[in-house]
Design a protein around this ligand. Sequence first.
Ligand code: TTP
Ligand code: MG
Ligand code: MG
Length: 383
Amino acid sequence: MSEAPRRIAHLDMDAFYASVELLRYPELRGLPVVIGGGRDAHPVRQPDGSYRFARLRDYVGRGVITTATYEARALGVGSAMGMMKAAKLAPDAILLPVNFDAYRQISRQFKAAVASIAPDYEDRGIDEIYIDLTHVAGETRELAQRIKQAVHAATGLTCSIGVTPNKLLSKICSDLEKPNGLTILGHEDIPARIWPLGVRKINGIGPKATGKLAALGIDTIGQLAAAEAGLLQDHFGSHYAAWLAAAARGIDQRAVATRTESKSISRETTFERDLHVRQDRAVLSGVLTALCERLAEDLKRKGYVSRTISVKLRYDDFQIVSRNLTLPQPVVDGAAILHAARECLKRVPLQRRLRLLGVRASTLEPPGAATLLRVPKQGELFA
Ligand code: TTP
Ligand code: MG
Ligand code: MG
């Protein structure tokens, strides 16, 4: 099985949410800044026109950091860390609230800038894409530099790019020289550049598999490539074992998927006791609202809008029903999802008690999808 030579890029924005905030508050450049606060982390304008910023040390609550500037990372704080824990490491770090609308807007802009040079790209969420450069004219390094410059010109932000023969290697490489990195490599570079890295660098080897591999004495990708097939099969099953062996050798034939229509995101809850639509109306209504809110957060985080909302119910006899509604305009916020979910619920029988309630968003598209088809007016997509 030989791969036709391809040129696949993975582009990932540097410290994305934090970098967008620095566009708005340039006086914070060079400082440790973390993003993740709620409303009380909003900067307060002072009489002299400057801002007073919240500090991590004053934070009380259970919030987690969405991202941090590289200056803050140097102090040991980063994505998914609890903010009170982070405050111990970086008490003076500036805390800012998340501002998804701004991130989505910049996300659209950087994707449009890339598309102006290389139209075949696969959206991987709010701050990253795969780009197929195979048929784009130009020498690889020069082309990648041109894309980085276009992104910077459109947004004022830096990104990091990996260019290799496939998505798996490019995803690893975009991370190797962050921030503002560019890493280009071919199959011949795998032993020197990829094999010394930890197995966790492979997208698809999560913390659990990493732990299991470590117990087998396999820490690096090179050790994984050298592992006996039988050993991997015994511990991971034949399917995942075969994938692990191929991944460690840098083999990946997936195409860059330029459309995302078959994707969906869902949230569901199984109740501790079966609930009745009339007697437990308040509880059910609260659960539905919360599910819709969480789904909205998932969509925003992944950088999608949705055109189809479905609800799923499981009754006390374990039968499942679902109903969906396709909307004329894509939705992304909790209230709009809730409205659509309620419409769906009007069409399901509600005599039996319920064990489970779920909400799904499908027909997903990046908010930028429409940008590429026509030039929208500022703010139009989220009006
Ligand atoms: P990442 O690309 O993983 O991180 P990043 O862009 O902040 O930093 P890097 O330079 O290492 O790429 O994620 C993109 C955005 O997604 C990030 O800015 C904030 C958000 N995010 C979360 O909300 N929670 C998380 O746990 C992670 C990892 C990211
Ligand atoms: Mg990033
Ligand atoms: Mg990313």
